[in-house]
Structures are given as C-alpha cells and as structure tokens.
Design a binder for this molecule. Sequence first.
Ligand code: FE2
Ligand code: FE2
Length: 275
Amino acid sequence: MPVRIAQLSDAHLSPRFPRFEGNFDLVAEAVRAARPDLLIATGDLSLDGAEDEEDLRHAAARHAELGAEWRALPGNHDIGDEPVLGGRQPVTAERLARWRRVFGGHAWVHDLPGWRLIGLDTQSLTAPEAEAQWALLEEAVATAGARRLALFQHKPMTEQRLDDAAVTYWPVLPAPRARLLALFGERRPAFVASGHIHQHRVHRTDGLLQLWAPATGFIVGDAWQKPLGSKLLGWMEHVLHEDGTAEHHLRLVDGLALHDIGLIPEAYGPLRPLA
Ligand SMILES: [Fe+2]
Ligand SMILES: [Fe+2]
C-alpha cells in the first residue's frame, strides 16, 4: 500500500490575530476527509512563534486537530532566520528551545516503506547551533540503505539553478545549499518539498525535483514579490510507493480567501514594494 502524505504549509496562525484561521478550517476539513497516513507541516505554522510561544502552542493544537500522525518543521516566523541575513529575528538557542518545547526536534528522520524522509530546518543551517543538525543529516544519508530519500523543509533549495549565488530571504543560502548537495552526493533526494514562498511550483533544476507547496494562509501580491509559480492557496498530497516511485498532487479547496499579505499591514507591518 502506498503512503499518502498531506503537506500543509504557511498557515501563520495566532490566537491574537485570527485572520487566517478561516482558510485553515477549510483546508483542515479537506485534509481530514482525505484521511492521509501522515501530515507534514513545512513551516510558518505560527504568525509569530519567533516571539510568542502562545502562537506556537496554538498552531500546534490546530494542526493536531486534523487527527493524523503529524510532524512539523520550523519556518522563519516560528524560530527566526539565518543570522547572516541580518533580519530582526535571527534564530537563537532560545528560539530553538521554544520550538523544541512545543514540537520536539527541529530536524528529523522518518522512515516509511521504501523511503527515508528527512525533515530539514532551513532556518538554522549556518547558525552556531547548526552542527547537530548537520551530524543528523550525515547519519541519515549514511544509514539510508536502499531507501529513497526525500526532503521536507521550509525554504526551497533554490529559485532557478542549484549554483545560484544570490543571498536572499527566499531560498536556502548558497553556502549551506552547496554543503547539502555535497553531503547527498550521488544519493540525490527524489524530491524536495518546501513552503515559504507562498506560491505553488513544480520545478526541476539540474536534476533536482522541487515541489513548492502553496500556503494555506495568504499569498504575497505581485507588488511585493515576483511571481515564479502560481499564487494560489491549498495543500499538496504526496503518494509514496514502496518501489521508490511517487506522485505529487496540488489540492485546491473551494472557498479559500485569497488574502494578500501586502494589503494586511497589521499582520507584519508594511511590505517594501518591488523596485
Ligand atoms: Fe510563510
Ligand atoms: Fe517563511
């Protein structure tokens, strides 16, 4: 029997700011009806868990309500971001500890028949706390045996090519991306399933299949973010077969409100328009 995974991303939930709860309710109903074997939340579950543990606890409770076995990975709004980016919420030991209190590990390995899923924390790959995660990754690849590898993570690996050199808020930074590719070597993951961009895209680059899950909460309008994929809301279903093959489906849900975060400055403040 294949394993069916529901991937939800970027719910941005908070008991203080319920604007995105309605969309989550509709997606949750659709996912419950689909009865997945496993649910994976690929980051930004919370509106501002990087500051407020209550947001993390609320987001965890809402995802747990779906009734499936589930795992989560942190996004920038959950634990902060790579310190080198210079943002106002760098990932710190305190923020990681807060995540661990609510969700457990920020990086993990989950084996399924024929597969090894690796949950990657893309927010702290260059932080002082990073080496434990790199050790976990090395061990996961070294002991995978005949299993196919798949990565679940918040940020996509890249926007265009694996050797893109731009250092930006959006994909994994170039230096840890190169280190990841070296670590995997010949054992390239079958796919990388990510969130963060709030756009859906299926993108094969230099032999690596990237699957960008849409957000459940909101999109970022074209005035503030260039379109690379489709600006829609929903979730993804990944069907993994024991022989190492897989299918991936975008799941749309009727009735979702296409919130544009650029028009909701009360959530994160005004966004900077694209030049
Ligand atoms: Fe997000
Ligand atoms: Fe994000």
